[in-house]
Design a protein around this ligand. Structure first.
Ligand code: DI6
Ligand code: FE
Length: 409
């Protein structure tokens, strides 16, 4: 197999310890590095001066990175990318005084996107979602998690998950799908939330049987589902061997994170209202905290996620766009990197780990998120010198080139 060699670059490997024998650095940074790729896999990364000559001799394709910084491909681990319509009108309502919860209770909010999504053909959904996906990809995103949850009926949830899978087949990006049937109560089930959960429990094995589900999520909130209702969905998911994750403690503390930790959740997401006990339960279960600064910003929340508590308990922190029409109409993971630092006070190193190494962990993926031998050859060449520049700039896109599965895309 041909070996490819990149030199004249600094590589932020995101490895935690030493890299090829060189002392540990923040970001797992290697200055004046060499990176060798075999097929779709990293074979070697480390200081250029340490590259074994016999390995270098086998590299038949050589690339001068022109002094670029190289990072792992970015991972957007929490999106609702596939939906119909938009919610600009609701944005206007909010600016005229209505709250997100008021709008949800009066049949707007998620329910209005459900109507638009149900009415859309798969082709129309694909067109609309492709635009958003390409915006993410332009910033070096190589893995995207996409949730269903705007169909809320079997054939509609299937349509959305199929569109999501189709995006992955048509573009050089890895798509992971999450079934979020318990996202909102569809209007036809008004006042009958437990009956709707019964339906979710029928949809889940059907969609899983069609290979459409990589994980299961729910929205546990006073405007959505209770911890007890969510627990029914999670028990069914775990019985099928599927990992679970939760929209938890976004608008209030309902104890969702601790409940999800009881099902060994791979992640709990949002978490503005997370309690100390919730964080302790997440730490014990090994759950990742996925923080979503776009939703915090766009809903003008004032309660910050308890970053200090998460750090104290050693809960790993990931960052994502939460790309969705209602609370975070955002297709820039780099902007989220900045907001994680400015709004949530993460360090740039924590933020970059949050869209690479820890984001992979939030998806239960062990083959990506760091550049090390044996990992996927998904990486980005950036026109910056130091990693902090990626979190520092607002609205810049310094991506020069993205390599996906060992190939330039
Ligand atoms: N929390 C959110 O922020 C999104 N979903 C969720 O459970 C919002 C979805 C929407 O408003 O359309
Ligand atoms: Fe979300």
């Amino acid at each position: 197999m041909t070996l490819k060699l990149w030199t004249h670059c600094n590589v932020a490997t995101l490895q935690a310890g030493t890299v090829a024998g060189a002392p540990a650095q923040p970001y797992g940074l290697v200055d004046d590095a060499a990176l060798v790729v075999e097929g779709a896999t990293v074979l070697w990364v480390g200081p250029r001066a340490q590259l074994p000559p016999q390995l270098e001799a086998r590299c038949t394709q050589r690339f001068d990175a022109g002094g670029a910084l190289i990072t792992p491909g970015l991972i957007d681990c929490h999106t609702h990318l596939v939906y119909g319509g938009d919610r600009a009108a609701e944005f206007e309502l909010r600016l005229n005084g209505a709250s997100y919860e008021d709008i949800a209770r009066s049949g707007g909010g998620i329910t209005s996107t459900v109507q638009a999504t149900r009415a859309a053909t798969p082709e129309a959904l694909t067109t609309q979602s492709t635009r958003r996906l390409k915006q993410l990809m332009a910033e070096g995103v190589t893995t995207v998690e996409i949730k269903s949850g705007y169909g809320l009926a079997l054939e509609q949830e299937r349509k959305c998950l199929q569109v999501a899978r189709g995006l992955g087949q048509r573009h050089a990006v890895d798509i992971r799908t999450t079934f979020l049937g318990a996202h909102a109560l569809p209007p036809e089930f008004a006042g009958r939330a437990d009956d709707y959960i019964d339906l979710v429990l029928l949809m889940l094995p059907a969609l899983h049987g069609e290979g459409l589900v990589d994980a299961v999520d729910a929205f546990c909130e006073r405007i959505a589902f209770s911890p007890a209702q969510t627990a029914r969905v999670f028990a069914a998911a775990r019985a099928l061997g599927l990992p679970v994750k939760l929209h938890a403690e976004q608008l209030s503390d309902s104890g969702g994170a601790a409940m999800a930790a009881g099902f060994a959740a791979t992640s709990c997401d949002h978490l503005e209202w997370l309690s100390d006990a919730g964080a302790a339960a997440m730490a014990a279960a090994g759950s990742v905290a996925v923080l979503l600064p776009g939703a915090f910003y766009f809903l003008r929340e004032t309660k910050l996620p308890p970053v200090e508590i998460l750090r104290r308990h050693g809960v790993p922190i990931a960052i994502s766009t939460d790309s969705n029409p209602g609370s975070s109409p955002c297709t820039s993971l780099l902007l989220m990197l900045n907001m994680a630092c400015t709004l949530f006070r993460l360090t740039p190193e924590e933020a970059l780990a949050g869209v690479t190494r820890v984001a992979a962990q939030a998806l239960g993926l062990k083959d990506r998120g760091v550049l090390a031998p044996g990992m996927r050859a998904d990486f980005v060449l950036w026109d910056v010198q130091r990693p902090a520049q990626l979190a520092y700039a607002l609205g810049a896109n310094p991506a020069i080139q993205t390599i996906f599965n060992g190939e330039a895309r």
